[in-house]
Ligand binder design. Structure first.
Ligand code: NAD
Ligand code: MG
Length: 399
């Protein structure tokens, strides 16, 4: 089993933390939790891509040793906003890696996309406890990443609500008794839309998720259901589970976050409000549980929980993701890169909603799925897939 078994640990007086992607939806939820008992934590580093004002505001409040802005053009703004504070300021891709390399007990990996791969890997390589939200990292480099986790003695704690749910109910020591894992999916904002309606879907409609408040990229992924495809691949690597043993079930209320089915017929589920602070808190306090005030699950008020099979006709992304996992090698790397390009083009108004899946599938068909044997090769494959996907986006835009 790739995820570690739970053993009692003595918590240090103050836990030292780094948040990669602190200005995003996951980053802000993490800061919300930390802000409730700031005396328990010492912040080592905060990073963002280009939201210099927000990053500076977080830094003034949380007093980290270091803040890093990915976009070097924003370095001056960040530096002047933090002048006189004594907080170290840096910029650029290499500085993001150095932020992850700084000693901290716990690192939240919450950068969106394959851009998170190098910094997340840097935290893994120093054997840190890594709370992993950045699922794209596992999709594009799952095998290599998990091998590094083992080699370096790092601890990977899944933040994605489904994987966090599975982590909570998976009997680690009785692996042979597990029949399958069941990932639940909300079905997104277009669950009941016809194909014709989906063809005209706008970015605003796609990012308006019914249950979860998330960043734009993952919101579009939820609307196409590619998010569940990425999560299927994430679950495969995280829990060393063969693809046919991972089921996907649409559950519009987002109360049951995922389930594990055992060979005696038992199915264990983890439930909770659709609030990312719950899984984040679980990883922050692991192997304990922290007290988190907030709205509680009221099943009587909800009344009914419903489940349905996903519709492969309107949501082909799940099939495409399964096929890429079965093809193995670099196919998931290609899938992830092509999807990032297509989602960005859709958000920029350059691509129709239904074209997202087409771009991904065309890119996969056009590229041989050679297995990358190093992170450098993963990054090369990622770049090549982005070039091909961008060309396909261009062709789709001309049609
Ligand atoms: P977001 O877009 O709200 O935030 C992304 C963060 O990454 C920001 O801080 C941004 O500045 C930073 N960033 C973006 N591009 C970068 C780059 N090139 N280099 C360095 N930093 C960069 O995204 P989010 O919704 O918080 O999601 C973050 C990750 O967590 C994603 O991988 C997502 O799939 C995963 N996740 C999110 C949720 C959720 O509820 N938001 C749930 C499960 C998993
Ligand atoms: Mg999820």
């Amino acid at each position: 089993m790739a995820v570690p078994s739970i053993k009692p640990q003595i918590a240090p007086e103050r836990k030292s933390l780094t948040i990669l992607g602190s200005t995003g939806s996951i980053g802000c939820n993490t800061i919300d939790l930390i802000g409730r008992c700031p005396e328990d934590y010492r912040i080592v580093a905060l990073t963002a891509y280009n939201s210099a004002e927000m990053l500076a505001e977080q830094a003034r409040r949380l007093r980290p040793e270091l803040v890093v802005i990915g976009d070097e053009r924003r370095y001056g703004d960040l530096q002047s906003a933090l002048a006189g504070t004594g907080i170290e300021v840096a910029a650029g891709a290499q500085a993001l890696i150095e932020a992850a390399e700084r000693p901290a007990d716990w690192v939240m990996a919450a950068i969106v996309g394959a851009a998170g791969l190098a910094p997340t890997l840097a935290a893994v390589r120093r054997g840190a406890m890594v709370a992993l939200a950045n699922k794209e990292t596992l999709v594009c480099a799952g095998e290599l990443m998990m091998a590094e986790v083992t080699r370096c003695g790092a601890t990977l704690l899944p933040v994605d609500s489904e994987h966090n749910a599975i982590f909570q109910v998976l009997e680690q020591d009785r692996r042979e008794t597990i029949e399958r894992i069941i990932l639940t999916a909300s079905g997104g904002p277009f669950r009941e839309w016809s194909l014709a309606e989906m063809a005209g879907a706008t970015p605003e409609q796609a990012v308006a998720h019914p249950n979860w408040d998330m960043g734009d990229k993952i919101s579009v992924d939820s609307a196409t259901m590619m998010n569940k495809g990425l999560e299927l691949i994430e679950a495969h690597y995280l829990f060393a589970m063969p693809e046919p043993q991972i089921e996907v079930l649409v559950h519009p209320q987002s109360v049951v976050h995922s389930m594990v089915a055992y060979r005696d017929g038992s199915v264990l589920a983890q439930m909770g409000q659709p609030d990312m602070r719950t899984p984040i808190a679980y990883t922050l306090a692991w192997p304990r549980r922290m007290a988190v005030a907030g709205e509680r699950l009221d099943l009587a008020a909800i009344g009914n929980l419903s489940f349905e099979a996903p519709d492969p006709g309107r949501f082909p992304t799940l099939r495409i993701a399964r096929e890429s996992l079965d093809a193995g090698g670099g196919a998931p790397t290609v899938l992830n890169a092509a999807n990032e390009v297509a989602v960005e083009a859709f958000l920029a108004g350059q691509l129709g909603f239904l074209d997202i899946a087409r771009v991904v599938e065309n890119t996969l068909e056009a590229m041989p799925a050679r297995p990358p044997s190093s992170i450098t090769e993963v990054l090369e494959l990622d770049r090549e897939a982005r070039r091909r996907a961008s060309a396909t986006v261009g062709q789709a835009a001309e049609r």
